[in-house]
Design a protein around this ligand. Structure first.
Ligand code: G16
Ligand code: MG
Length: 220
């Protein structure tokens, strides 16, 4: 039986995915590597250094920098991102999320957060949601980012539940792959093309329905 919901943060609970996009886009422009929102889909859920690598490969510049220079490029993006998230408040929780969390709680299910972002604690605190969750996986303890299943499996382990008793919620293709690799039921939020592997897809968070998600989980 269903025991827990495990959420992604950026792009599911709040619009911080947009801030990651803006910060990477600015860095890309500095490096003469402009990129589109479509390319940005490939960065969602992907760790900081892996994202930088993808951008450098896109621009054919992967051999132009030393490791030290890459670290400082990633730091520059992160400084910009940290500036952008400074003004996050509980009003930035995406529509539909608070009622869904309340319903999950009311049903006695557990709540976990599986974000590979090293800024996840800061964002969750600013949203006023840090204490709502039973487990927030510390990204610093995760060896492999999404699409590897490690982060969702770690969340389940820390919650003390089987993967098959969990529903994962994600906005990124890499995140859906991570959920499915962990053996969980995947709910995708976003476009059907990029999230084709999800078991159930909603175009945006305001359409998330607890009753429908649980019904589909039970049928799966
Ligand atoms: C998030 C974002 C990614 C970001 C990654 C690392 O993952 O989706 O775009 O690159 O975290 O973030 P940071 O640079 O803050 O450590 P998630 O798992 O919340 O989607
Ligand atoms: Mg995300």
């Amino acid at each position: 039986p269903l025991q827990a919901f495990i959420f992604d943060l950026d792009g599911v609970i709040t619009e911080s995915a947009e801030y990651h996009y803006l910060a990477w886009k600015a860095l890309g422009e500095d490096l003469n590597i402009p990129f589109t929102r479509e390319f940005n889909e490939e960065l969602k859920g992907v760790s900081r250094m892996d994202s930088l690598e993808k951008i450098l490969v896109l621009g054919g510049r992967q051999n132009d920098f030393t490791q030290e220079q890459k670290n400082s490029l990633a730091e520059k993006k992160n400084d910009h991102y940290c500036t952008l998230i400074q003004n996050i408040t509980p009003a930035d929780i995406l529509p539909g999320i608070e009622p869904l969390l309340a319903e999950i709680r009311a049903q006695g299910l557990k709540l976990g957060l599986a974000s590979v972002s090293k800024n996840a604690f800061t964002v969750m605190t600013s949203l006023g949601l840090k204490d709502e969750f039973d487990v927030i996986v510390d990204a610093a303890t995760i060896a492999k980012g999404k699409p590897d299943p490690e982060i969702f499996l770690t969340a389940a382990r820390l919650l003390g539940v089987e993967a098959s008793a969990c529903i994962g919620v994600e906005d990124a293709a890499a995140g859906v792959d991570s959920i499915k690799g962990a053996g969980m039921f995947a709910v995708g939020v976003g476009s059907a093309e990029s999230l084709a592997k999800a078991d159930l897809i909603y175009p945006n968070t305001s359409l998330l329905s607890y009753a429908e998600i649980v019904e589909k989980y039970q049928q799966a």
